[in-house]
Design a protein around this ligand. Sequence first.
Ligand code: AMP
Length: 248
Amino acid sequence: MKILVPVKRVIDYNVKPRVKADGTGVDLANVKMSMNPFDEIAVEEAIRIKEAGKAEEIVAVSVGPAKAQDTLRTALAMGADRAILIETDTEVEPLAVAKILKAIVAEENPGLVILGKQAIDDDSNQTGQMLAALLGRPQGTFASKVEIDGDHVAVTREVDGGLETVKLALPAIVTTDLRLNEPRYASLPNIMKAKKKQLDVKTAADYGVDIAPRLKTLKVSEPPVRVAGVKVADVDALVTKLKELGVA
Ligand code: AMP
């Protein structure tokens, strides 16, 4: 079985995003970028399935700027076998990414596509679901456990109030949640080896996909600044204060 893992280059999760002065978006100039954390979990899961002898090849794919090659090299250094970059300088919405992935699935025919549950920059949580719908394939989203069993995969999902396990017929789509695994760090020898692994660069046009945006961002603004708290002497003072503030 082949596993396809889409990985997105996003602003590093440790960086505090700054909104551009003109309110058109987040300032990404000179900001550290990394692989979307949920996608690291997806790469790790694919590697574990391969290590368990249940997959033969892992293909990492990214839709993004030339710099997204770094993200793909990270996936290769972790243990992916081969990578494909669909290079574009425009921002690509989940539907367009899903359409490109659909075309790659048609070419590569993977038994599993493992995506992150969401990209931490747009927080869309849409691409995996859209891909499953476009392909007409079963989906197990927010996975906290993935078990391949012959021609099926059991996916334990984190849902409100507990865990749900669904059994999907392969080929299928899975999206990862935070508790699925702890991604490994790439060792130095593997980082060196990754430089020699195959990385193909293509464009959306190669797959006949129109990536023109369907959405228009009207405004991006900083969240309201939190006001400092106040200390009160006792319960009476607290009640008085709450009444003053109109919350009691
Ligand atoms: P989203 O629907 O944007 O929250 O993204 C969900 C998942 O889809 C991500 O965790 C990635 O696995 C995948 N994905 C989204 N955008 C891209 C992209 N530009 N390139 C590769 N994978 C992507």
